[in-house]
Design a protein around this ligand. Structure first.
Ligand code: FAD
Ligand code: NAD
Length: 537
């Protein structure tokens, strides 16, 4: 009996010891789980709350701009307030306006386009991956978020008198009678940021028959043309020559515009057209023609190879070493340079041709160049000094694609130049104030003190320095390539699905407003849920 009781007690002790060891192990496990998952979960939750709050606050702030100071004749220091006229509403102009202290000058923006266009996502617009309106921001909204009122005139600048500081403008046809109201615009400083235009190299037939991908209406036209070809092709019997021609989509130019668009178009065909019109989708052929031996020549070598390999995997035909030299409504004539030095001429039937063969100075830029003696010989844009002042002028500046600075014609460069001019103009306003203070100084002591401050302010105006942050390009099939620059010491080249995430996050970060960021993210989500449609609008 005693032995039995002892056995029960021992058993109870053993069970307790066992169960306490189980409890200890599960507690340990719990704390391990805690350590492994709790911290990232907490960080994630806090991050999400912070990001949502920040996004909400930004959207609220953008939608409810504060009252602006009115334009005035005099500065706070009592001097005559100078005027700045900015030509354009693209990367250079919008970046400058966004950062400019508009209370220091009377600012006017003249541009035929009433909105800023986020060009990096333009190749996604024709296929509907991004809605056209998601990548635009009205220039008036950007202006409204600055400290003082800004005048906007929807017109083209047509002529400048750099001796009289006046500008001639042309209103759109629909508003032509407005010329009676504004005959010319006066300026103290002029900032030319009119961009560039697609280059056809005067190749016969390009201007008449090709689509371009430079502005928003271009993207809408490309979509229309593509779907017209698809609908028309569906009327022809499978395998017929005319159906094949209509379904041959050709991109000319293997720079980032051509590569990104070819990739986007292929995604559309493989992911969406194939669902709704499978027999058409399987006959679609996408070809990219490039005059040089490789595509994406401004990227590093490993990335051309990666892009070309991805194109081959995705069944996008690449025709390299081939320059297009004539286009008709249905055919492209191109000559291929062969390894033995001979040249082979090809005739390629096509349904839609997208011309992405580079850019040239806008007509207005060429006109300005022709009027300024010091610009003689300028071929690729207005020649500027280290402060982006147009050579041969006292008060005209040029930024972005219309200026030749030796940097590539990119949004990144135009953005940094716009930012630089905004801060330079703030410094120049301080200099103007000190100069009028100097003129008013009553004795030599006071004059010397103001002069010292003026010298220090003048020394603050530093030359423009471009800081290259890297280049990114989408290549299709949810893959992207990137040349990334980390400070001044190292640069990384990469390609693939991870880079695609970097590409998407970078472009979201680069959007000019929280509204644009939200719309772009919503478009991506919408397409991942519902796909892209076939509406010809
Ligand atoms: P733009 O942005 O072209 O703006 C020019 C402005 O001037 C427009 O508002 C126009 O209406 C206005 N204008 C024209 N004529 C007149 C006139 N006579 N009077 C007044 N206003 C006038 N760069 C990058 O860094 N990263 C990218 O990912 C990238 N992707 C791109 C994708 C595509 C499809 C394209 C076409 C370009 C891309 N770029 C990219 C290049 C970039 O868009 C340009 O370098 C940039 O837009 C140049 O800025 P800008 O201000 O000089 O000219
Ligand atoms: P691009 O000048 O970079 O490329 C044009 C290509 O067309 C060149 O490779 C050229 O050899 C080829 N070409 C010219 N004439 C031809 C012909 N007759 N036949 C066949 N090929 C011909 O032009 P883009 O891609 O429109 O870019 C313009 C600018 O915008 C560049 O500075 C570019 O860096 C920038 N951009 C950047 C991005 C990005 O960073 N993701 C995207 C688009 C554009």
């Amino acid at each position: 009996m005693l032995a039995a009781r002892r056995a029960v007690r021992l058993n109870t002790i053993a069970t307790r010891a066992f169960s306490s060891s189980v409890v200890a192990t599960s507690a340990q496990r719990k704390s391990l789980f805690h350590k492994l998952f709790r911290i990232p979960l907490d960080v994630g939750a806090i991050g999400t709350v912070l990001a949502t709050t920040w996004m909400g606050a930004s959207i609220y702030r953008e939608a409810n701009p504060r009252n602006q100071k009115p334009q005035t004749a005099l500065t706070a220091a009592g001097a005559e307030k100078k005027s700045i006229v900015i030509l354009g509403s693209g990367w250079g102009a919008a970046s400058m306006l966004k950062d400019l202290d508009t209370s220091l000058y009377n600012v006017t923006v003249v541009s035929p386009r009433s909105y800023f266009l986020f060009t990096p996502l333009l190749p996604s617009a024709p296929t509907g991956t991004i809605e056209a309106r998601s990548i635009v921001e009205p220039i008036r909204s950007i202006a409204k978020r600055t400290p003082a009122e800004v005048t906007y005139i929807e017109a083209d600048a047509t002529d400048v008198d750099v001796t009289k500081n006046t500008l001639k403008i042309k209103f759109p046809e629909s508003n032509a009678d407005a010329e009676e109201l504004v005959k010319e615009v006066k300026y103290d400083y002029l900032v030319v940021a009119v961009g560039a235009q697609p280059s056809t190299f005067n190749i016969p037939g390009v201007a008449e028959h090709a689509c371009f991908l430079k502005e928003l209406p271009d993207a809408i036209q490309v979509r229309k043309r593509f779907l017209e070809c698809v609908e028309k092709a569906s009327l022809y019997p499978e395998g017929s020559e005319e159906r094949k021609r209509l379904l041959h989509f050709v991109v000319v130019g293997g720079g980032p515009t051509g590569v990104e668009f070819a990739g986007e178009l292929k995604d559309y065909v493989d992911e969406d057209l194939t669902k709704w019109m499978p027999s058409i989708a399987k006959e679609v052929q996408i070809t990219l023609i490039e005059a040089l031996p490789n595509v994406l020549n401004s990227f590093s070598k490993s990335l051309w190879t990666y892009a070309q390999k991805t194109f081959a995997e995705n069944n996008i035909e690449l025709i390299l070493n081939t320059a297009v030299n004539k286009v008709t409504a249905t055919t492209i004539t191109a000559s291929t340079k062969k390894k033995d030095g001979s040249v082979e001429q090809k005739e390629i039937p096509y349904g839609m041709l997208v011309w992405a063969a580079g850019i040239r100075p806008a007509n207005f830029t060429n006109h300005l160049i022709s009027k300024i003696e010091a610009q003689a010989g300028a071929r690729r844009g207005l020649l500027v000094d280290e402060n982006l002042k147009v050579k041969g002028t006292e008060n005209v500046y040029a930024i972005g694609d219309c200026a030749f600075t030796g940097h590539p014609p990119t949004g990144q460069v135009a953005h940094q130049e716009g930012h630089y001019l905004a801060s330079t103009f703030a410094k120049m306003a301080a200099i103007d104030d000190l100069q009028s203070e100097l003129a008013r100084a009553s004795n030599s002591d006071e004059r010397a003190k103001v002069q010292a401050r003026l010298d220090a302010a003048l020394a603050q105006i530093k030359p423009f320095k471009y800081n290259h942050l890297g280049s990114l390009s989408y290549v299709g099939g949810e893959k992207a390539v990137a040349d990334l620059v980390w400070g001044s010491f190292s640069s990384t080249s990469t390609g693939g699905a991870f880079t695609y995430l970097i590409w998407r996050s970078s472009y979201i970060a680069m959007c000019i407003s929280a509204r644009m960021r939200a719309l772009v993210a919503a478009d991506w989500l919408k397409v991942s849920l519902f796909g892209r449609d076939l509406t010809n609008e």
